[in-house]
Design a binder for this molecule. Structure first.
Ligand SMILES: C[C@H](OP(=O)(O)OC[C@@H](O)[C@@H](O)[C@@H](O)Cn1c2nc(=O)[nH]c(=O)c-2cc2ccc(O)cc21)C(=O)N[C@@H](CCC(=O)N[C@@H](CCC(=O)O)C(=O)O)C(=O)O
Length: 143
């Protein structure tokens, strides 16, 4: 039985969703308010350790982007340092895991992907409104 407090703590929530995906072998049925997520497998920027990070599924014409929003916190999520230090990553969508190289985007390309992201998960717009930090958007190029 999951005690309520574990679901209210976002870090615990993420950990529990990672566990479920690793246990079941798929991201199917693991979501945020009905919106799908994907699972990133990253390398720790300093430790080189394997790190699993769930993020919202932002996909357009077979390409993915990831948004380092951290709910609009003033600082980047730690995983942003991981993905920029080691940009070759794995992304699991459903039961399929593929390798990508992450590239932070700017200008018109960022604006286009930001629109896709907000369509996939409208809360991103609220997160950006609540912080002076410009939320990084990274496009994943298939390896
Ligand atoms: C708590 C902390 O998390 P974080 O990396 O700051 O990321 C915070 C959140 O963004 C992260 O929990 C996301 O998964 C939350 N999250 C989303 N976060 C987002 O930013 N964007 C999303 O779209 C998103 C969606 C989402 C969907 C489901 C869900 O369950 C969570 C979701 C963390 O994992 N800390 C580790 C970091 C370990 C680590 O990576 N260490 C590095 C050092 C890195 C360094 O400091 O340079 C290393 O090993 O080298 C620790 O303290 O042990």
């Amino acid at each position: 039985m999951t005690d309520q407090s574990s679901w209210s703590d976002p870090d615990n929530w993420a950990r529990m969703q990672v566990e479920k995906i690793l246990e079941t072998g798929t991201t199917e049925g693991v979501d945020v308010q009905g919106m799908p997520i994907v699972l990133l497998t990253l390398r720790g920027a300093r430790s080189g350790k394997v790190r699993h990070t769930p993020v919202m599924r932002v996909e357009h014409c077979g390409r993915y982007a990831v948004v380092a929003s951290k709910s609009g916190a003033a600082e980047h999520p730690v995983w942003y340092h991981n993905i920029t230090a080691h940009p070759e990553i794995q992304l699991q969508d459903g039961a399929e895991t593929r390798t990508f190289v992450a590239r932070e985007v700017d200008g018109a390309e960022r604006a286009k992907w930001w629109d896709h992201a907000v369509k996939a998960y409208p809360a991103y717009a609220e997160y950006q409104a609540r912080t002076g930090r410009r939320i990084p958007v990274l496009v994943l190029e298939p390896r």
